[in-house]
Design a binder for this molecule. Sequence first.
Ligand SMILES: [Zn+2]
Length: 297
Amino acid sequence: MKCIICGRESSKPICEVCSRAIAMDFPFILHRGMALSDDRSNLEDENTQHSILFQHDLQRLNEMAKRALNGEAENFLLLARYAILFHENFSFFLNNFELGENYYLSLAKNFASREEGDYGKFLLAKIHMYMGEMEEAEEIMSKIWKKDRKFAMFYGEILVKGGKWGRAIEIYNELLAKSPDDKELWMKMADAIYASGNYEEAERTYLRVLQYDQNNALAWYKRGKCLINAGKWGGALQSFQTATRKDPTMKDAYEEMLKILMERGMYSRALETLKKMKEAGFNVDERIAEVEEAMRA
Ligand SMILES: [Zn+2]
């Protein structure tokens, strides 16, 4: 194909030369098209998880990043945080550019490594995780996890991913001893127990999460997974159904229900489930036709 900007032969819509030029001017690559309004958002608030950025925010981020890449001192933490956020939410935009799929992560690494404090280290560990460098991530977090609840939760997550769920459970126990009503921690604990293969205990722990927050669709879904693993498909079906009621867009929960229903020849309920999926915006027309066909047979 030819580059849409300069017409050079290129394997991506925007060739390497043009991609680099855009990255120099707009390190976050995006510079327009995501603005919804002129409402002031707060870039500095680390609890804000933007999935949409406003025009002026994007402009400011690009300017800050440009200065940082030119060697000037900047708010590296904020920049690293946003580069990671871009990796998480917008990295599919990179498909149009000749920059590599880890472009935002490299950007984030550049910023995070220039920050001295523990929070910079935490972000570096996150970047390592996304790059698949789990040992590096674990090494960093093993030194700082005690300093912040968020660090500890992330450390636990990494340990679970690396199959060290026993250590993760120890850490969550330590944290829960101090804050026994922390529902997010209970959720992490349940995930670690699930990973350990103790499905009955995991199910009880997800139920505990649901005592605090009965609208937690993910916890209903995961409870269903525990019940499936324990061979209790009736309860699992109910749990998945509740998950889809709490979050009608939860595709995995519908799929689990359909698996159970189709395996048991419960076609009319499968049809009902598919119709709910259709209402929620999923394209399941073909599957509906298939089930209707099976019902006639
Ligand atoms: Zn070009």
